[in-house]
Write a protein that binds this ligand. Structure first.
Ligand code: ZN
Length: 302
């Protein structure tokens, strides 16, 4: 399963109805947390996210609405007796911020916490796991900020059973064929792997654009994505304010989704001045039909 569960979709100030940014990316058994606004650990409890499966945390930037929930979560994992390692990827100063908080409380974590600093402006692959590959890319915001692209690897080739049988390959060998191996017959002749299999289906991709001004430079990361998330802090009537604060509008997010020919668009990071979210859809759907509100507690398949 490759899916995104929304835990928070508000910007800046937490409200009783909406929480600051946090999302969980599920890649089969492993979970990634993407941003960790205040209250994230309560949202994790509310939506029954399995904390023990959390393996990686990605923090886009150091505005508080994207990481003020982090130390609380790390501390709770420790109190719950976690022993599995946990890795955090984020802007370099975050490492010191966490360490200062732990040191001041004389907290010794019982699990291994590793930190991977992201250099401002860097783009490229930051994580390769057995099923998951994650890249980061810079977004244009008031302070250094990163988007993340999650790709779920499908490494197994597609077996053509009739062809394999025609070459008299025993069924017990089929899983090796899916891994890309050739087959040597008893008479020594080789059955080439691509005679009996097809390449694996293309990897599915979720692209999280974090906080950003409207920027067509993001298109190279978004092109053909299965699911993209883009912030829409404001409706388009406030596009000037959006630009001043390095944020975007629903119209702008939808235009990027259309230009990038993604399959689905998720919008979030709504200013707390909006109590109704319907107008965000009304603005974006005429430009990009397959738009959804990043509603808290809802899981979107990639
Ligand atoms: Zn921000």
């Amino acid at each position: 399963m490759f899916a995104v569960t929304i835990l928070g979709n508000n910007s800046a100030i937490p409200t009783l109805e909406r929480h600051p940014t946090a999302q969980v990316v599920t890649c089969n058994e492993q979970l990634c947390l993407v941003d960790c606004g205040e209250g994230t650990q309560l949202q994790i409890a509310k939506y029954k996210i399995k904390r023990s499966r959390l393996r990686y945390i990605f923090i886009s930037h150091l505005h508080g609405d994207h990481y003020f929930g982090l130390i609380g979560l790390l501390n709770t994992l420790n109190l719950l007796g976690r022993t599995e390692p946990l890795s955090i990827y984020g802007p370099a100063p975050l490492e010191q911020i966490i360490q200062l908080q732990l040191d001041s409380a004389e907290t010794q974590l019982k699990y291994e916490l590793s930190f991977v600093p992201l250099t401002p402006g860097y783009s490229g692959i930051i994580l390769i796991d057995k099923e998951l590959q994650v890249s980061c890319f810079p977004t244009q915001h008031r302070i250094p900020c990163f988007g993340f692209s999650f790709e779920m690897q499908k490494r197994k080739r597609k077996l053509l059973p009739d062809q394999a049988r025609a070459y008299e390959i025993p069924a017990a060998y089929f899983s090796k064929l899916q891994d890309g191996e050739d087959y040597r017959r008893k008479d020594g002749t080789i059955v080439k792997n691509d005679w009996v299999t097809l390449p694996p289906p293309p990897a599915k991709r979720y692209v999280y654009c974090a906080d950003t001004i409207y920027d067509t430079g993001l298109l190279r990361w978004l092109e053909g994505a299965d699911l993209m998330y883009h912030e829409t802090t404001y409706l388009h009537e406030l596009h000037e304010r959006a630009a001043e604060r390095y944020h975007s509008t629903a119209v702008q997010a939808a235009s990027l989704a259309a230009a990038a020919r993604v399959k689905q668009l998720l919008i979030g990071h709504f200013s707390s001045k909006y109590t109704e979210l319907g107008p965000f859809l009304e603005e974006s759907r005429p430009i990009f039909e397959r738009t959804a509100i990043a509603e808290e507690g809802v899981t979107f398949l990639v």
